[in-house]
Design a protein around this ligand. Structure first.
Ligand code: 13P
Length: 258
């Protein structure tokens, strides 16, 4: 019912040259997988044009890593939804924990961006996740509840059916410490329940919830086999064609060696 979706978040990494080599490698390694799985890369905005052009005609989608909620205007340094669309992006990551931690993003700003992304025809990948101190103090469920409600406030069920959610426990990002499949599934199931409460079961059944945080070829399959984990948002391991392709192939049930 939910097609798995794996996205690579390059963060502030890669060059023009290495980014192009990466996507060329992915196109070769992922041939024939698009009926089983959706795949996208999210390069830094300065490389979107070039990466989009290189991927033209392939099944690999492209996304931005952030956007501002206004369409245009005096907002120095920002990139808008229509600009991402202009560069053939289909997706945009919103409210990543690094944006929340280092750039002051809040549920309220993420909410404005989510509405704007949908208005401009982009699929928002809305990120939520608890910090280590919150997990250790037993506050995970409350933190996730607040972030999901705040980030998705005011969406109609029809709008909500178009979003993707990424659960990324902050303590698992870039640390090599993956949440166990059971820990991740517990939160994913909570999010699914919350989506049912907010938008109804038929909508929550179609919303894909990705897991993010040290996803690697050797843990992707087990994570993806959990009932409420529908894909992954991959950081470090998305920077090499071999490891990102292996994650995709493990997730669609094919051998990485194929
Ligand atoms: P890592 O896969 O490097 O832990 O990063 C996860 C992430 O933040 C993806 O958005």
């Amino acid at each position: 019912m939910r097609k798995p979706f794996i996205a690579g978040n390059w963060k502030m990494n890669m060059t023009r040259e290495s980014g192009l080599a990466l996507v060329r490698g992915l196109m070769e390694k992922l041939q024939g997988t698009s009926s089983q799985i959706d795949v996208a890369v999210c390069p830094p905005s300065v490389y979107l044009q070039e990466i989009s052009s290189a991927l033209k005609g392939s099944a690999i989608g492209v996304g931005g890593q952030n956007m501002y909620h206004e369409a245009d205007g005096a907002f120095t340094g920002e990139v808008s939804g229509p600009m991402l669309c202009d560069l053939h992006c289909q997706y945009v990551i919103l409210g990543h924990s690094e944006r929340r931690q280092f750039f002051g993003e809040t549920d309220s700003s993420v909410n404005k961006k989510t509405h704007a992304a949908l208005k401009f025809g982009l699929t928002p990948i809305v990120c939520v996740g608890e910090m280590l101190s919150e997990r250790e103090s037993g506050a995970t469920a409350q933190v996730i509840d607040t972030q999901v409600r705040g980030s998705l406030a005011g969406l109609t069920p029809e709008q909500a059916s178009k979003i993707v959610i990424a659960y990324e426990p902050v303590w698992a990002i870039g640390t090599g410490k993956t949440a166990t499949p059971a820990q991740a599934e517990e939160v994913h199931a909570q999010i699914r329940g919350l989506l049912t409460e907010l938008f109804g079961k038929s909508v929550s059944d179609v919303i894909r919830i990705q897991y993010g945080g040290s996803v690697k070829p050797d843990n992707a399959g087990e994570l993806m086999s959990q009932p409420n984990i529908d894909g992954a948002l991959v950081g470090g391991a998305s920077l090499k064609a071999d490891s990102f392709a292996a994650i995709v192939l493990a997730s669609c049930g094919l051998a990485a060696a194929k």
